[in-house]
Design a protein around this ligand. Structure first.
Ligand code: ATP
Ligand code: MN
Length: 157
């Protein structure tokens, strides 16, 4: 039985496609949809020099008070994206809740899936990256290869 579906979303077109698929599936099975957006500091701070924003102004430090507004902005964008998915759920009579977390997307997605005891993860094959030639995005690749029993459904772009 599928009673809980996790939909990780980065606001991309393919993630939205995955969300629509998940809502249809939830409607048929009477499941709840949990949307999850993970804000990853490493995506806007240099991974080699913690506390520095790279690489437009090398050598210039960007302390916490400059990082927080970026995070706040990303949270607002995530909220707007997940609000739209919540609306879609409502229109289809599907119960939903939205979660925003900070951290590494792969780790956080699998952790949240285990914690919330979801029966299925519905994820997009690709996300926001410009690397359109990649067969599979790195987040989805990571989630598929993680040591977990939770099934994953990959919605192609
Ligand atoms: P890459 O990030 O590896 O350069 P990409 O952006 O095309 O390539 P992914 O990031 O793996 O590919 O995105 C694939 C799917 O993973 C998205 O459609 C979305 O469902 C999910 N996803 C990606 N990033 C996040 C995130 N930060 N939070 C939640 N879900 C995410
Ligand atoms: Mn990505």
């Amino acid at each position: 039985m599928i009673s809980k579906i996790l939909v990780p979303t980065d606001g991309s077109k393919t993630a939205r496609k995955a969300a629509k698929y998940a809502v249809e599936l939830a409607k048929m099975s009477g499941a709840t949809v949990i949307t999850l957006n993970v804000i990853d500091r490493a995506s806007f701070i240099s991974p080699t020099v913690p506390g520095f924003v790279s690489p437009s102004r090398p050598g210039v430090t960007h302390p916490e008070h400059l990082i927080e507004p970026i995070e706040d902005y990303l949270k607002e964008a995530a909220k707007a994206d997940m609000d739209e998915i919540a609306k879609l759920c409502e229109q289809n009579g599907v119960p939903s809740r939205a979660v925003i977390r900070l951290g590494h997307p792969v780790e956080v997605i699998v952790k949240e899936a285990e914690k919330s005891k979801v029966d299925l993860i519905v994820i997009g094959s690709h996300g926001r990256s410009a690397l359109k030639a990649a067969l599979l995005g790195s987040v989805t690749f990571g989630v598929i290869h993680k040591d977990t029993k939770i099934p994953v459904l990959v919605v192609r772009k």
